[in-house]
Design a protein. Structure first.
Length: 241
């Protein structure tokens, strides 16, 4: 069953077409990777799916319901959550406070929000930082906090926008394990990432876009051996023999 389906998605900004007739689908419980060069339209596609930008054309379906032009907060309550490339926590507040903000998407009771937030922090091996000011966190910790805030909304599908950017190799490995654990918890994952060893290890399937258009789709092995992908993005070191 497809939890997310995109049909001929188009997004124009004036005379610039950022996303050009993009079609893809994600099955429930799957990890789908979205890759492409900088400026390919990846984050714009995420923003259209999450309700940040209204699509210029095409159709977006979440759990069988057309969601074109739905507001982000409505989609969040329905179970669609996303992270952002630039992490902006409430810096003067605690980690727990930041995650509780996400919890209030599904409850108006402070005690329940705190309970949900603590559960998420434990899932992400982050409960020891619950009283830390968010502004004191490292980049890697802020990335984890961003995921925690999204998870606290209790999503059915989680859109992760470059959550590994800027992380050290050991932190990347840890983040891969966390994302796999989230999938094991029943959350469908749609992930944008430039760290190829991570996206190749994580994804069941990968979609590649270039200048807003899909140029390839398939398993990590199929994508890594696609001549168009190698020329547009990966480079010869990713050729699968």
């Amino acid at each position: 069953m497809n939890i997310l389906e995109i049909k001929n998605l188009v997004k124009d900004f004036g005379g610039l077409r950022a996303v050009d007739t993009l079609s893809l689908s994600i099955e429930k419980g799957q990890i789908l990777g979205l890759i492409g060069p900088n400026g390919a339209g990846k984050s714009t596609a995420f923003n259209c799916i999450a309700g940040v930008y209204p699509p210029t054309g095409g159709e977006i379906y979440f759990a069988g319901e057309k969601i074109n032009r739905r507001k982000p907060w409505d989609l969040c309550k329905k179970g669609l959550a996303r992270t952002f490339q630039i992490v902006k926590p409430f810096s003067s507040k605690s980690v727990l406070y930041n995650v509780m903000v996400g919890s209030f998407a599904t409850t108006d009771k402070t005690a329940v929000a705190e309970e949900k937030a603590l559960k998420v922090l434990k899932l992400l091996y982050f409960e020891d930082k619950k009283d830390e000011r968010a502004g004191n966190l490292t980049i890697g910790e802020r990335k984890r906090l961003e995921i925690a805030r999204a998870l606290a909304t209790e999503p059915k599908i989680l859109l992760l926008d470059e959550v590994m950017a800027g992380l050290r190799p050991a932190e990347v490995d840890e983040m891969v394990q966390i994302i796999q654990k989230l999938r094991d918890q029943g959350i469908t994952i749609f992930v944008i990432e430039h760290i190829m060893r991570a996206i190749m290890a994580l994804s069941d399937r990968i979609v590649v876009i270039h200048f807003g258009k899909k140029i390839a789709e398939g398993s990590p092995q199929e994508v890594a051996s696609d001549e168009n992908v190698i020329k547009a993005y990966l480079g010869d070191e990713y050729v699968v023999s």
